[in-house]
Structure formats: structure tokens, C-alpha cells
Design a protein around this ligand. Structure first.
Ligand code: NAD
Length: 428
């Protein structure tokens, strides 16, 4: 980035400023929403397996809880920074708001590398995190979840520590729990399916039948796999998927005339979403350089891997027939690429709307845990569809009415709801 360190919090603030200008927010509201309401920085001492004590820095940032308890994951990462956590907490506020669930935005982290920690050491970090934060998180105040390098087991250790401290069963503390221990059915599918619910609505709006459409997907992990499955169920064809190849330290794109077979590819995919390229060749796939995913002659692009993939450099190479970009990944498109996409009149379903199925299902998990009554999978997915569809329609109606870009419309709706909640509470 021109030698200048990329600061995600500054980027989140710049995006907010744009929406605030559009909404002509007053100075006080701007000042409040540009920064987190609360931040906790703490130290987690852990007796390592060697017998030595090691201290791990931990964070929790609560950006805004005017619309309901904070919601957001806890990341374990050796290069975690407070500015990343701040940005992510702000983005959570907008994501919960755009899908209109009664939750605010939070995020947490611990600077550590789970690859170099035993299960016992990881458990001590989880329990230590909760001991530091037990007074400031809870089912009615701030609800954590898994994120980068944390999983259902970590959540269960955290919940157990919280329940020991409080002497009660309080499964609504945390989401992403294992099914059978307070987790929700449908969570695995939720983000990918949610992306496709919004694509289905976009196609309806554009007057295109799904069975006549083709797509290219970047990524073959959790989000991509379920997005592909549902897209194929509604009649679409996926002509290309791309993913990271750990051995070669590069990405490859996999194509097959007539469309990919998701089950066959899953049989040769590792748990990190990496396809075995030699086996793919054996079963008839062409293996191309990874960036070819964007050049395919398809109707829909699903970036569902990592950030900064549709850029000023790659956007001009998009297939000529692309009509929709559905952002399964967080932050796949740079502002420069947005300008190119806007000029071409491509319909963008922005990340914090398109991939909000995950947090919406986490909200459902919390509701189920708080009431100690668990829904069937069909009920979860039916409710998810309703929420995603309503959110999509609200954003696209605003975009059409005001003749603005979908990403801007999503921001405007999200920020205005949070600003209104702050105002209604008498905060500003
Ligand atoms: P995942 O780890 O299951 O899969 C990631 C996939 O991306 C893998 O197939 C990997 O090979 C591929 N990939 C990585 N680098 C690549 C590259 N340079 N080129 C091509 N492919 C590459 O992750 P996931 O859970 O599917 O998440 C994908 C994206 O969606 C992330 O941006 C994540 O933040 C976002 N997201 C996920 C959820 C969720 O519920 N899982 C919710 C909201 C947003």
C-alpha cells in the first residue's frame, strides 16, 4: 500500500465517515460512532506445559451496543493488533444492523499462535480470557463467538469457565458451541446459504432465471462449499472454483466444462479447503493459475476466500458478462475496484450484507440457548432465509430509489439504524 502501513481501523473509520456524510449525522453522533464505546486490554498468565509462566495479551473491544448486546468473535493470532480488533468490532455493529438483528458489535483477540500451543495451554488461555472478562461479557451484554483459529472446543471451555464463576448454566454467553452442547443446527451452512439467498433475490430483481446462470467462485472452504451447493440447487452452474495450494504456496483455479461436481471435489479437498491438484486433473479438471477465476465468462462472481482480491489490477479482467458480484468473503473488493464495478453497472451484494448469514444464525443460537429450546434445521434455515431476504430488499430498494451503489446503501441503512438507537436512548 505505497509503503504506508495498512490500518484497518482507519479504513473502517473512512467508510463510516462516508455514510455519516450522506446521512448528515450531527457531530456528537459521528464522534460516538467513529470509536468503540469500550475497550479492554488485559494479560492472561498461563502455566505452560514446561512449568514456566507465559503471559498472553488479550483484548475485547465493544464498538456499540445501542441496538442490543455486543456480538463478535475472538481471534487467536500471533500478529493480532488492537486496530484490527477495533475495525472488526465496528464492522460487526454494521453487519448486525443491516440484517436488523438486535445485537451490537464487538470483537476480541489474544496474541498467540495455537499451532505452537498444546490443547491444555489453549484451554488455559480460554479460561484466562474469561476470568479477565467475566464481569464485562454475558448473554445480556456481550456475546463472543469463534473466529480466526478458534473453534467450538474453545467456546465450550470459555462457557464452562463463565458458568463456574457464575454458578449457573448460561449457554447464551457464547455462540459457535458444538451441536448438542447448545450449538444451533444450520450454522455450518448459514453463511454460504445466506450468500445465495441474496443472489436469488438479486436475480429476481434483474429478471434473470437462476437456472440460466453460471458462476465462478474464489475459495473452496466453508462459505464457498455451501454457497455452491445451494446455488446448484436453485439451478445455477458453477464453472470454476479456485483455492490456495499449501504445497506450492500459490492458488489454482479448477474448471470443468458443464460445471464442477462439488461432491467429487470435496473428496479430494483437505480440511483447510485446499483441493489436491493432481487428483483434480485425474478426474477431468483443468488446473489454471488461481487468478483465472475472475476472468471466466460467467454471470456471477462469488469471492469467498480472502480480502483484497478484486482490485484496480484484477477488476478490468472480469468476464464481460458478469452481472452480479456476491461477496462471501470479508473485504474482497478495494475502493478502486468498486469504481470500476460501478461504471460497468455490475450489481454488488456487499460483504456485510451477503455474508451476514453466519451472524444471523449465531443470533438464532443465542435465542435458542437463552430459552433452552432448540429448533429443527429447517426452522433455522427458513428463518435465516426470511432475515436475509428482508435485509437484501431493504438495501436494494434504497439503492434503486436514491440511485446509489449497493455498498453505500447498505452502509447508510446500517449506520442510520445504530445512530437512531443512540438518539432514542438519549446518548446523543
Ligand atoms: P475457510 O478457511 O473455510 O476457506 C477459505 C478458502 O479460501 C479455502 O478454500 C482456501 O484455499 C481459499 N483461499 C485462501 N487464500 C486464497 C487465495 N489467495 N486464492 C484463492 N483461494 C484462497 O474460510 P471460510 O470460513 O470459508 O471464510 C471465507 C471468507 O468468508 C473469509 O473472508 C471469512 O472472513 C468470510 N466469512 C466467513 C464466515 C463463516 O461463517 N465461515 C462468515 C462471514 C464471513
Amino acid at each position: 500500500m505505497n509503503g504506508k502501513a495498512f490500518n484497518p481501523f482507519e479504513m473502517a473509520q473512512a467508510q463510516f465517515d462516508k455514510a455519516a456524510d450522506f446521512l448528515a449525522l450531527d457531530e456528537g453522533t459521528r464522534e460516538l460512532l467513529r470509536v468503540p464505546l469500550r475497550e479492554y486490554h488485559f494479560s492472561i498468565p498461563v502455566r505452560m506445559d514446561s512449568g514456566k509462566i507465559k503471559v498472553f495479551p488479550g483484548f475485547r473491544v465493544q464498538h456499540n451496543d445501542a441496538r442490543g448486546p455486543g456480538k463478535g468473535g475472538i481471534r487467536f493470532h500471533p500478529h493480532e493488533t488492537i486496530d484490527t480488533v477495533r475495525a472488526l468490532s465496528m464492522w460487526m455493529t454494521w453487519k448486525c444492523s443491516v440484517v436488523d438483528i438486535p445485537l451490537g458489535g464487538s470483537k476480541g483477540g489474544v496474541i498467540c499462535d495455537p499451532h505452537n500451543l498444546s490443547a491444555h495451554e489453549q484451554e488455559q488461555i480460554c479460561r484466562g480470557w474469561v476470568r479477565q472478562m467475566a464481569k464485562n461479557v454475558g448473554p445480556l451484554s456481550d456475546v463472543p463467538a469463534p473466529d480466526v483459529m478458534t473453534n467450538a472446543q474453545h467456546m465450550l471451555w470459555m462457557l464452562d469457565e463463565f458458568e463456574v464463576i457464575h454458578g449457573q448454566r448460561l449457554p447464551g454467553l457464547i455462540t459457535g458451541k458444538p451441536v448438542g452442547m447448545g450449538g444451533s443446527l444450520g450454522r455450518t451452512e448459514a453463511t454460504g446459504y445466506g450468500v445465495v439467498y441474496t443472489v436469488r433475490e438479486a436475480l429476481r430483481e434483474l429478471g434473470i432465471r437462476p437456472e440460466n446462470t453460471t458462476a465462478s467462485v474464489q475459495g473452496f472452504g466453508n462459505v464457498a462449499q455451501y454457497a455452491i451447493r445451494l446455488f446448484q440447487q436453485i439451478g445455477g452452474k458453477v464453472l470454476c472454483v479456485s483455492c490456495w495450494d499449501q504445497a506450492d504456496q500459490t492458488s489454482y483455479a479448477y474448471t470443468k466444462p458443464g460445471g464442477i461436481d462439488v461432491d467429487a471435489l470435496l473428496g479430494i479437498t483437505d480440511r483447510f479447503g485446499g483441493i489436491d491438484k493432481n487428483k483434480a486433473r485425474d478426474i477431468g479438471y483443468s488446473v489454471l493459475p488461481g487468478e483465472k477465476w475472475i476472468e471466466q465468462d460467467v454471470d456471477i462472481l462469488f469471492p469467498a476466500a480472502i480480502e483484497n482480491q478484486i482490485t484496480a489490477e484484477t477488476a478490468p479482467r472480469m468476464g464481460r458478462n458478469v452481472k452480479i458480484i456476491a461477496e462471501g468473503a470479508n473485504g474482497p473488493t478495494t475502493p478502486e475496484a468498486d469504481a470500476i464495478i460501478g461504471q460497468r453497472g455490475i450489481f454488488v451484494i456487499p460483504d456485510f450484507l451477503a455474508n451476514a448469514g453466519g451472524v444471523t444464525c449465531s443470533y438464532f443460537e443465542q435465542v435458542q440457548s437463552n430459552s433452552n429450546y432448540y429448533w429443527e434445521k429447517d426452522e433455522v434455515l427458513g428463518k435465516l432465509d426470511l432475515k436475509m431476504t428482508a435485509a437484501f430488499i431493504a438495501v436494494s430498494e434504497l439503492a434503486r430509489k436514491r440511485k446509489i451503489y449497493m455498498r453505500d446503501a447498505a452502509y447508510i441503512i446500517a449506520v442510520s439504524r445504530v445512530a437512531q438507537a443512540c438518539k432514542d436512548r438519549g446518548w446523543v
